[in-house]
Write a protein that binds this ligand. Structure first.
Ligand SMILES: Cc1cc2nc3c(=O)[nH]c(=O)nc-3n(C[C@H](O)[C@H](O)[C@H](O)COP(=O)(O)O)c2cc1C
Length: 505
């Protein structure tokens, strides 16, 4: 019955839609929201690998009003929000039906549909039996898709490339249709073909004629789809129900805009605003902006963007400092309000002789090269105290780490266990600094003057030449290492049975 319902198209409808294609690094939340604003009907996230996703925990982020899927190392693998919930498709890379189901169940209540990537020809995908490697294993395809269709309540789709012959391609998609998928996206190129090769509209057309589920035509960027009108041209040329666009949208997501494309400058500005609002990783933001700049990456603007290391610096490059300040202040205020409204969890407690607090070190909260350990070390030096000493334990059952730092003759620890020794030490430093009411270097925190922060040239918006750029990079990477190498660290294994620990220093 469920399978029948899905075939009849309950949930997300894939007919007559303009779709943002899945794109690694490009299809994160800011790009998806921007594409929706511009007129896309459905947006696919970047491909996320099942093994990594299966380790994530689902975290409701009240400050950003997002749902985050967070890896053990605290990286946000997938961030989504209410605005896209009914239109976002979660794409995964998988070669294992049960693991695929575990991941699909983890995300199903936060997305509109789940897709399996069967088209990626890159080695990192195919060597694990994922991506286009699946195309030569129809039993595996059937097992994965049937398991998903029967196991989750949301529509399931898949994205394939065409096979060397039309007959084999049609045979495969008919087999896929029988699993109960709601739609199939067809990239009209064979796995050996590159983006510069022309797309095979005739193959997509043959597929569209042979199945009754919606077929989403893909592969038209550059040769066919350059503007909004071309989306319909591509659809008509393939006889497909819908069109999926990757590169043309990556270069300028306003290709989805019926009223006509916006300038790249305007689109970049809107993109950055979403990146600030949703605390997108600055390196991901930079990557997407560089794709939009295309052959202008070597221009003065491109070079200034290249030199930017934080979201704040990216905003400076694009004259969006006021927006950055205002939005960061709003997010900070919301965070503070949420903490005072009942969340007293960060109140320090005394356990035996250790002051504890349930805090984590979130790398994304700090500028690159800045860390709480550095701040604690500098504070100790300034106060002429012994330098902080870190003692780390590793738990046997899950090999997680917990550090205790001794600073100013007192011990501090986070009650939360971390997946790495490095993060456990940082968390202990955070607990200490917060208990003492000291600055810790977080983005948006008022400048404390405790640490030799990066030198910011008055004219830092001016493009750097290669030598200047290299010198600046060296300078940036040297400061914290020097500071942190002096910190004393010891590791011991608790319960004794989990072998040597790996030092991440
Ligand atoms: C930067 C980039 C990343 C991509 N990542 C993915 C991905 O994660 N999953 C996927 O199925 N295809 C991925 N693709 C392939 C596209 O989804 C699409 O099939 C291909 O680019 C052809 O469509 P187009 O002509 O509109 O660009 C990626 C393509 C690009 C350019």
């Amino acid at each position: 019955m469920r399978k029948m319902m899905k075939m009849m198209g309950d949930g997300l409808c894939f007919d007559g839609k303009a779709v943002l294609a899945p794109m690694v690094r490009v299809g994160t939340l800011p790009m998806r929201l921007l594409a929706l604003d511009c007129g896309a009907d459905i947006v696919y996230c970047e491909e996320l690998i099942d093994i990594k996703m299966a380790q994530c925990k689902r975290v409701v982020n009240d400050v950003l009003e997002t749902v985050d899927f967070v890896a053990p190392d605290e990286r946000v693998m997938f961030r989504t929000c209410r605005e896209e919930k009914s239109r976002v498709v979660f794409q995964m890379g998988t070669a294992d039906p049960e693991r695929a189901l575990t991941v699909a169940k983890l995300v199903e209540n936060d997305v509109a549909a789940v897709d399996v990537n069967m088209g990626c020809p890159k080695e990192y995908s195919t060597k694990g039996g994922m991506g286009s490697a699946l195309l030569s294993d129809p039993e595996k395809i059937e097992a994965i898709l049937s398991t998903l269709v029967n196991g989750i309540s949301k529509p399931v789709t898949c994205k394939i490339r065409i096979l060397p012959t039309l007959e084999d391609t049609v045979r495969l998609v008919k087999r896929i249709e029988r699993t109960g998928v709601a739609a199939i996206a067809v990239h009209g190129r064979m796995k050996e073909e590159r983006p510069r090769h022309p797309v095979h509209c005739d193959y997509i057309q043959a597929v569209a004629e042979s199945v009754s589920i919606p077929v989403i035509a893909n592969g038209g960027s550059s040769d066919i789809v350059k503007s909004f009108e071309d989306i319909e041209t591509f659809r008509a040329a393939t006889g497909a129900s819908s069109v999926m666009i990757a590169r043309a949208a990556m270069w300028n997501p306003s290709v989805f805009r019926q009223q006509g494309a916006l300038s790249v400058e305007r689109v970049m500005e809107d993109y950055i605003k979403y990146a600030v609002r949703y605390e997108n990783n600055p390196f991901n933001t930079k990557y997407c902006l560089c794709q939009m700049l295309r052959d202008r990456v070597e221009s003065p603007l491109g070079k200034r963007l290249h030199a930017a290391q934080t979201t704040e610096e990216i905003c400076e490059v694009f004259g969006l400092t006021d927006f950055y300040m205002k939005t960061s202040a709003e997010l900070k205020a919301r965070k503070a309000a949420l903490h005072t409204n009942g969340d007293q969890s960060e109140t320090p407690k005394l356990e035996d002789d250790v002051i504890t607090m349930p805090v984590r070190f979130e790398r994304r909260d700090y500028p690159p090269q800045i860390s709480p350990k550095m701040f604690l070390l500098e504070w100790s030096r300034k106060e002429k105290l012994d330098q902080p000493v870190y003692e780390t334990e590793q738990r046997a059952q899950d090999r997680a780490f917990q550090s205790t730092v001794t600073a100013a003759d007192k011990k501090y620890r986070s009650t939360l266990w971390e997946k790495s020794k490095k993060f456990a030490e940082q968390a202990a430093a955070v607990a200490c600094l917060r208990a003492l009411g000291l600055p810790e270097g977080r983005i948006g925190e008022e400048s404390s003057g405790l640490v030799n922060k990066r030198k910011r040239d008055d004219n830092k918006c001016a493009p750097l030449n290669d030598n200047e750029s290299a010198t600046r990079k060296r300078h940036l990477s040297e400061v914290p290492q020097e500071a942190e190498e002096e910190v004393i660290c010891r590791t011991k294994v608790v319960n004794g049975d989990c072998g040597p620990t790996t030092s991440e220093h």
